[in-house]
Design a protein around this ligand. Structure first.
Ligand code: C2E
Ligand code: CA
Ligand code: CA
Length: 974
């Protein structure tokens, strides 16, 4: 309106935007110079006043208005008449956003009352984007030394935030030139000038030194610190020995190297003929992290990662400026690619919560941008973060959260990071897929967390703990099954990181109750659900459709890969080839013969066909497994379940043994029942029941809804030393007073009765004639016409059970074919070798030898000859490997040797001796054979080798060879 307003004492050629407005609201714009008009893309003052509706507050982007004005008020009330360096976004007349830095002061004018004189400088702009004022350029070139010595160069710190926790995990230091004469200068205005005149190293040396000085002084005062990243320019590498400069400064201030990260922009690295990369490598070798800045701003980004070693990529903020589906896709795939290469990720320029949420969902490790905090002096930066409620990540946790972030990958499959610390679980991350799964069972993630943590007696509480234990112990990816609210959940988990009593697991869960890909529309009745828990492998075989559906398989056998879902015969043959032990093949074939199976099932007393077979597990060793084929009780169906389970030490497996033994008990004792189970009549059921009660060796009981005993098996009475059931019937556990603590069992039984839960393997203690026994209990509801009418249970003496398992497992260390050890024995031996290494510093090596022609021998001459071949090989290895070698057959045709070799040379020599002996085998029982062996060595002295991984490293090398051979073969063929 009043263009005639003329501010006093203003230099004509003012560098930057200048405007005047009233202090009282609404703040009317009184004057704006040409630069302000340019910033707003306006032709004249009138256009600008219309654009901002004659209110200066409308200069800002709507989202920024409130925050900027509260900052102005705060500064004005603190400093009286001034405010400085408030960063904000403006919207131009043509709708473009711009980034500016605003400062101002209150000036009294006679005619207008109190006014604000404001300075508006464009920031965040690349220098090349616009012509720096020529005067400023000259001023900078001439005055850099003065600026440095007089302290006009200020260090501003911008927070970097850990995505998973929201905690402060670092700062980037950025320079500002605050000039007594011309005011505030952003780096875009002075850095290009310094680079062109080869003076930038003065600035960067100064910035590093002052950063280090500040960190040192904070450490001396016991104040918290975080790593700081600082920027290097291309010209720095030309002007000084960058490594030397950094190293000497860090030494001067006695700072650990992991506190400093070095940022080099993508373009610098891309155009480097080599010596910058060499310096980067050297810095990394010495323990500094080297980051690539502005990643993705150029065209060569993807190639770059192939050739350049770096610790982290900082994705260019340009990706976020157009926050479209396409740019989100690019960000997501860049991040997932970096992860595959083991490179950490950071996104800069994050301005909105929407962007932050998206970046969290795809697992970007760290975030930086105005949304979390603008660059400002260090004290302010720390207090800003504190006010925002962010914690400060200590050094101890950097690696832990880096690992956590790297475990997150883009997937539609359900994925979570689950933290276990101090006995409690906490979901650190859940992806959309997981949340959906949880929703499908009408829970929230918080409900799940609560049930993991609070419900001490619930099965889930115990299940998740034992699961976590097993995963920690095995150090591998493990698969588990559990039920939540009548849904069947398959969970796969592995350990990601472990720090200071916190263990982080990466966990995926599937609600397979509703998983159409697994179960189609098949009704998942209770019996099937129960099967899940019990077996290592389950197949649903449909004789009408001639299809096989793999429901669960713990070994490496994958039906889909075999391409034989269709065709029962094909599938059973493939299974036999892949998993069944040579000697058991015949029995297996008889057992699964498809044409007679239905008849045999019908003829069997209890509708189950049982068979014991040695099956190969996923580590390649054979274990005795209990296999059962059962009719699926579904009227008129010709569907059958093929199952297998190991007799291992997992106590919940025992329940199955119980069941099947009870059944064979019944069979032996003469209660032959011809109809299939679905059609059992009541009289038969009663007979079966009576027989079980009398003859079973297991301690059964059943109770009414008030938890009073209705009946017990004879062995139950014997176990407790009662003469007759009358001593127990009608009483509760509390009446009997036999448990050391009644609480847990009572609560569990109430869960069974009220919620229909199946309780498995619940431990407890009871006192029998003065002696404490450990027992473990299974309980399940009894239904009558859909209502729970009581419960039934069975318990075992855990001490006895443990002894039995020990007896079974002691003998299972050898390989029946060669008399060598099997994989289990091998694992045990590994531990003694490792003990020797720790105690005696004895080094050892692992040698794996695989007969690549084993399969062709089998197909040419059959199993018998193949077995003899294995024996010959074993003999040859025994002879050549030396007396002190430990030898095992760990796979079908794979032998593994553990020997004390002082170095890799010695190991290699031994390997070639053994191979020579093996290669001299040319015939087996008169049949000529041409054998090809491949082998791999791993030595305990190699970098990165430990007891946990030495076997896998060797195995990987073996696989690698296999792959190469295949590739060569293919090439030769082509
Ligand atoms: P850079 O290393 O990419 O630094 C990030 C720039 O983005 C900073 O601008 C920062 O203030 C700005 N920024 C941070 N968050 C956001 C956001 O959410 N939105 C937007 N629009 N911008 C954001 P600044 O401080 O102006 O620095 C510009 C460039 O100057 C830097 O880019 C860096 O390459 C260079 N630079 C700054 N200080 C130094 C220094 O001491 N030495 C050297 N060699 N270069 C420096
Ligand atoms: Ca940077
Ligand atoms: Ca950058």
């Amino acid at each position: 309106m009043q263009k005639n307003y003329q501010p006093v004492n203003l230099p004509n050629e003012f560098p930057g935007g200048f405007y005047v407005c009233t202090l009282s609201r609404p703040r009317r714009l009184l004057f704006a110079n040409a630069e302000v008009l340019r910033l707003f893309d306006c032709h004249d003052f009138g256009e600008l006043t219309v654009h901002i509706q004659n209110n200066v507050e409308n200069m800002l982007m709507p989202e920024d208005i409130k925050q900027v004005h509260s900052q102005i008020e705060r500064q004005l009330s603190a400093k009286g008449t001034r405010f400085e360096h408030i960063c904000a976004r403006i919207v131009t007349h043509t709708g473009r956003p711009r980034y500016v830095d605003i400062s101002g002061c209150v000036v009294h004018s006679l005619e207008e009352g109190d006014l604000l004189y404001c300075l508006m400088l464009e920031t965040g702009n690349r220098a090349s984007d616009y012509q720096i004022d020529k005067d400023i350029r000259e001023y900078v070139i001439e005055n850099i030394d003065t600026a440095l010595s007089r302290g006009w160069i200020h260090l501003y710190y911008q927070p970097v935030v850990r995505t998973l926790t929201g905690d402060l995990c670092g700062f980037e230091v950025l320079s500002r030139w605050i000039d007594p004469k011309i005011g505030f200068l952003s780096p875009g205005m002075f850095i290009p000038a310094l680079e062109q005149t080869r003076q930038i190293h003065k600035l960067d040396t100064y910035i590093l030194k002052e950063t280090c000085r500040t960190i040192r002084s904070r450490m001396d005062k016991g104040l918290p610190t975080v790593p700081v990243s600082f920027n290097l320019s291309r010209v720095d590498f030309m002007l000084l020995d960058v490594f030397d400069m950094i190293e000497s400064t860090m030494t001067e201030f006695r700072l650990p190297r992991d506190l400093l990260h070095i940022e080099v922009t993508e373009s610098v690295v891309a155009e480097d003929p080599g010596h910058i990369r060499a310096t980067m490598d050297r810095l990394r070798d010495e323990g500094y992290e080297v980051w690539i800045d502005d990643f993705g701003s150029g065209y060569s980004s993807l190639n770059l990662l192939k050739d350049v070693n770096c610790d982290l990529i900082k994705l260019d903020m340009g990706f976020l400026r157009t926050f479209t589906e396409k740019s989100r896709q690019i960000i997501a795939s860049t991040i997932s690619m970096a992860k595959k290469l083991g490179i950490k990720t950071l996104m800069e320029g994050v301005e909105t919560s929407e962007q932050a949420d998206f970046l969290a969902s795809i697992g970007c490790g760290r975030l930086q941008g105005y949304f979390f905090g603008k660059p400002q002096p260090l004290e302010g930066a720390f207090s800003h973060m504190k006010a925002a409620g962010a914690g400060i990540e200590t050094r101890l946790w950097h690696h832990y959260y880096d690992m956590a972030a790297s475990a997150i990958h883009e997937t539609d499959e359900p994925l979570t990071l689950l933290e276990f610390a101090g006995g409690k679980f906490h979901f650190l991350y859940t992806n959309a897929g997981y949340r959906e799964q949880v929703k499908s069972i009408h829970y929230t993630v918080r409900d799940i967390e609560a049930s993991f943590n609070d419900n001490v007696n619930a099965p889930l509480y115990r299940d998740i703990r034992s699961l976590v234990h097993a995963t920690e112990e095995s150090g591998r990816r493990e698969t588990y099954f559990c039920t939540i609210a009548n849904n069947y959940i398959r969970t796969v988990m592995h350990v990601v990181a472990h720090t200071d009593g916190h263990t982080l697991f990466c966990m995926s869960s599937w609600n397979i109750t509703q998983d159409s890909s697994h179960m189609e529309n098949q009704k998942f009745d209770d019996n099937l659900r129960y099967l899940y828990m019990m077996f290592d492998s389950i197949y649903i075989v449909d004789f009408d459709a001639d299809t096989v559906n793999q429901i669960r398989e713990k070994s490496a056998f994958n039906l889909l890969e075999q391409g034989c879902e269709n065709g029962i015969r094909k599938m059973t043959e493939a299974y036999g080839r892949a998993l069944v032990y040579e000697d058991d093949l015949e029995a297996y074939q008889r057992y699964v013969a498809p044409e007679t199976i239905l008849q045999r099932l019908h003829d069997s007393p209890d509708g189950i066909l049982n068979c014991c077979l040695r099956l190969k597990d996923r580590h390649g060793s054979y274990n005795w497994m209990g296999c059962s084929i059962l009719l699926i009780p579904e009227a008129g169906s010709r569907k059958v379940a093929y199952t297998a389970r190991s007799f291992d030490d997992r106590a919940d497996n025992i329940a199955f043994m119980v069941q099947s033994m009870v059944k064979s008990d019944a069979a032996q004792k003469g209660t032959h029942l011809s109809p299939a189970p679905g059609q059992l009549n009541d009289a038969y059921k009663a007979m079966l029941w009576d027989s079980q009660q009398r003859n079973s060796e297991f301690c059964y009981f059943w109770k009414d809804t008030k938890r009073r005993f209705l009946g017990v098996s004879h062995s139950f009475l014997r176990y407790y030393g009662f003469d007759s059931a009358q001593d127990v019937l009608g009483r509760t556990d509390e009446d009997m007073g036999w448990h050391v603590d009644d609480g847990p069992y009572r609560d569990a039984e109430l869960e069974v009765l009220q919620k229909g839960r199946v309780i498995q393997n619940q431990p407890g203690q009871c006192i029998i004639r003065g002696v404490l026994h450990h027992i473990t209990c299974y309980k399940w509801p009894l239904y009558n016409q859909g209502r729970i009418v009581g419960l039934m249970g069975v318990f075992f003496d855990a001490d006895k059970m443990r002894k039995r398992i020990r007896d079974i497992s002691e003998t299972s260390y050898d390989d029946p074919v060669t008399g060598l050890m099997n994989a289990r024995g091998w694992a045990d031996a590994m531990f003694s070798y490792d003990e020797q290494r720790t105690l005696q510093k004895r080094q050892y090596s692992v040698l794996l030898i695989e007969n690549a022609s084993y399969d062709s021998v089998v197909s040419a001459y059959g199993m018998d000859i193949a077995r003899q071949l294995l024996q010959r090989e074993a003999d040859a290895i025994r002879k050549m490997a030396g007396r002190r070698a430990t030898i095992a057959r760990t796979g079908q045709a794979t032998f593994a040797l553990l020997t004390y070799d002082k170095d890799e040379d010695e190991a290699r020599k031994r390997a070639s001796d053994v191979l020579r002996a093996l290669n001299s085998i040319h015939e087996i029982a008169g049949n000529p054979v041409t054998l090809v062996f491949r082998y791999a060595i791993a030595h305990s002295r190699e970098k990165g080798v430990s007891t946990e991984n030495i076997y896998h490293i060797a195995q990987d090398r073996l696989h690698q060879q296999q792959k190469t051979e295949r590739r060569q073969k293919r090439r030769r063929r082509n």
